[in-house]
Design a protein around this ligand. Structure first.
Ligand code: MV4
Length: 668
């Protein structure tokens, strides 16, 4: 039983859905808030009540305290859960909730404030005898003084913005002669990003691991640690894979890190769920980095190895209940691992993506596989949208096993059952990561992705005969589904190469970087065993089992496959097993398809805002010349002329919000 009866979730996406899952189990009613971009979002649908709080930009909706507090008051919510991001580590918001008589499900404002700045946090941790990286974190900021400190610490050193995060305002300095320039650079970046150019200096650790300790405290002063998570697998200072326990960590170090994390929490009067981040070197020395005063994205791995529901614990602690266990009651059960499925392009420096999900299939959940998502499965070709306004994470897939090896195998199988079409994703990258030898051996570190980039980003591969065969079977299936109006029974309306009394022989052409691939299919009407010839080699093929929506089961040369094919003009997306293939299909029936490339009609690369139009009607342009610039996901994308020519029409103006595939310009 809980005394809290109604919780407002001041968040969106998977974390909002995650929090609501626990509320439903505990019989607590839920209030969602949503922006205009999220009117049809899952979190707004599954909540008992949902209220619109403003435009898509978070600054005007999810970050506006008054709007959220108004909804809480209006609906009579007892408490607000902030999730992660947005207002979760905003001490003003925590305070405003308490002032309004609403429980903030998180630590006291004073604890958030204490960990808000890196320099202040380090000073507090020093007092609490939590190990720190050797360095200077005081107030003095003049260059001569800081450079003398760097000398004392010994090169290489790292300059960090005190207000920093996400690697911004961070510079490695290898030798004394570079110090001045790097300091200026770090300060400039810090000023621009945080409006505060205060820096600190640390000994630079060459290739540390990121190991963090989950702590939990109640209002009665009991504080425990729920072991560690290794989050070393990162890119662009963002986590991609997290696991617990940390591979190879000794029991002695685990206990020392746990004790240090508990000391850190106690030093600031912490209450609720928190995470103390450490850097760990090869000799298992560990150093305090920062404390996150919220529930974290990767909390499910801790839930798996402890058997606890951290959101339930947060709610119970928030209403004043005592922690129902002591440190000695806690044990690690097996191994857990989480991967974050992102709309991003690993081949293009993990550039974030956006757009409508065209197909989405998650693995079956069990006691060993869990999926936390804020979007719905989309079996029929029009799913939820990954918005440019928010984080591009699609879902988290989490697995549990008796040991690390079993856990990896289970997670790999789960990812093989996962399919996403629409925006580019890191799904294949994640599968490759889980099969990487060094990763399987547990050789993780913060530079892992950079160091193994070549192995993790597979080279372009030729289209295999399975891929070509399955694509043809998918196209044949698709045609079966299509109603050939007006008279489906008439041979004149049949799109296939139907012949009276005879067998069909059809030719399918695909292109792959200029190379043409030809598949012929010989089949009889209503007969489910077409004979395929892939580039002259025969393969026995058969449709099997059921086919539903875009999915079909087939057998090729004795091997079973379940595949999904999406067909848009010339573009095919074929997904099966651990494959995600994008093919060019020379569709003889689609005039538009033939025309969709090289026809001079240029489209938005992803949904975004037009920030510049560099040409006018009738402008004569040279190949490669910038025509239009679209801003999306905080990056600018320049659309350039594919060849020399003349601008025929322009369909966008500066400031326009454009959808993916919207025609921007016609060009001759
Ligand atoms: C470090 C470090 C090496 N030595 N500090 C990166 C972001 C910020 N949270 C702290 N970071 C680091 N601090 C010292 N003294 C290396 C990193 C670092 C890193 C840390 C955690 C996870 C991924 C990382 C990737 C690159 C660098």
């Amino acid at each position: 039983m809980t005394t809290i009866k109604k919780i407002l979730i001041a968040n969106r996406g998977e974390i909002a859905c995650r929090v609501m899952r626990t509320c439903q189990r505990l019989g607590i009613s839920t209030v969602a808030v949503y922006s205009e971009a999220d009117a049809k979002a899952l979190h707004a649908e599954v909540a008992d009540e949902a209220y619109l709080i403003g435009p898509p930009a978070a600054r005007e909706s999810y970050l506006v305290m008054d709007k959220i507090l108004d909804v809480a008051k209006k609906t009579g919510a007892d408490a607000i859960h902030p999730g992660y991001g947005f207002l979760s580590e905003n001490e003003e918001f925590a305070e405003a909730c308490e002032k309004a008589g609403i429980i903030f499900i998180g630590p006291p404002a004073s604890a958030i404030l204490a960990m808000g700045g890196k320099s202040e946090a380090k000073a507090l941790m020093e007092k609490a005898r939590v190990p720190l990286v050797p360095g200077y974190h005081g107030d003095k900021q003049d260059e001569r003084f800081l450079s003398a400190e760097a000398e004392k610490i010994g090169y290489p050193v790292l300059i960090k913005a005190s207000a920093g995060g996400g690697g911004k305002g961070m510079r490695v300095v290898e030798t004394a002669k570079d110090f001045s320039e790097q300091l200026a650079g770090a300060k400039r970046e810090a000023k621009a990003a945080f409006g505060d150019d205060h820096v600190l200096i640390e000994k630079y650790l060459a290739n540390p691991r990121h190991v963090e300790i989950q702590v939990f405290a109640d209002r009665q002063g009991n504080t425990v640690y729920l072991f560690e998570r290794d989050c070393s697998i990162q890119r662009r200072h963002q986590k991609v894979l997290e696991e617990a326990p940390a591979p190879g960590l000794s029991e002695a170090t685990r206990e020392k890190m746990g004790a240090a994390a508990v000391a850190a929490a106690k030093a600031i009067g912490y209450v609720g769920a928190g995470t103390v981040e450490f850097l760990l070197d090869a000799k298992e020395n560990f150093y305090f980095m920062e404390m996150n005063t919220r529930l974290q994205v990767e909390h499910p791995v801790t839930e798996y190895i402890t058997g606890l529901d951290l959101v339930e614990l947060q709610i119970r602690v928030a209403e004043g209940q005592k922690l129902p266990f002591t440190q000695n009651d806690l044990k690690i059960d097996g191994h857990a691992m989480e991967v974050r499925l992102y709309a991003e392009d690993p081949a293009n420096n993990f550039l974030p993506g956006a757009g409508q999900i065209k197909f989405l299939r998650f693995p079956l959940e069990s006691d060993k596989v869990r999926v936390d998502a804020g979007v719905r499965e989309a079996p029929f070709g029009q799913g939820d949208t990954i918005s440019i306004h928010y984080d591009p994470m699609i879902a988290k897939v989490i697995a549990h096993g008796k040991d690390r090896k079993t856990c990896i195998e289970t997670l790999k199988r789960a990812l093989d059952e996962t399919m996403v079409a629409g925006p580019k994703t890191n799904l294949v990258f994640l599968r490759t990561l889980l099969s990487n030898k060094a990763f399987i051996e547990g050789k993780v570190s913060t530079h892992f992705i950079k160091e193994h980039e070549k192995e993790l980003l597979p080279a372009k591969h030729a289209l295999s005969k399975e891929t070509l065969g399955l694509a043809v079977l998918g196209l044949m299936k698709e045609r079966e589904r299509m109603p050939s109006a007006p008279d489906a029974a008439s041979p004149w309306n049949d799109l296939s190469a139907w012949r009276i009394g005879g067998a069909d022989v059809e030719t399918f052409k695909f292109t792959d970087g200029g190379k043409e691939h030809i598949v012929t299919a010989t089949s009889r009407r209503g007969f489910s065993h077409p004979e395929l010839s892939v580039e002259g080699k025969k393969i026995a093929a058969a449709f099997e089992g059921s086919s539903y929506d875009l999915s079909y089961d087939a057998k090729l040369d004795g091997q079973h496959f379940n595949a999904v094919l999406l067909h848009e003009g010339r573009h095919l997306t074929l997904m099966y097993g651990s494959h995600h293939e994008e093919l060019h299909y020379l569709d003889p029936l689609s005039y538009e398809a033939e025309d969709d490339e090289g026809d001079g009609r240029l489209h938005a690369p992803m949904p975004g805002k037009v920030v510049a139009v560099r040409v006018e009607l009738g402008s004569k342009v040279k190949k490669g010349q910038p025509l239009i610039i679209v801003e999306a996901m905080k990056m600018e994308h320049t659309i350039t002329a594919p060849s020399d020519g003349e601008v025929l029409s322009i369909h966008a103006r500066v400031g326009d919000q454009v959808d993916e595939k919207l025609e921007l310009i016609a060009f001759k």
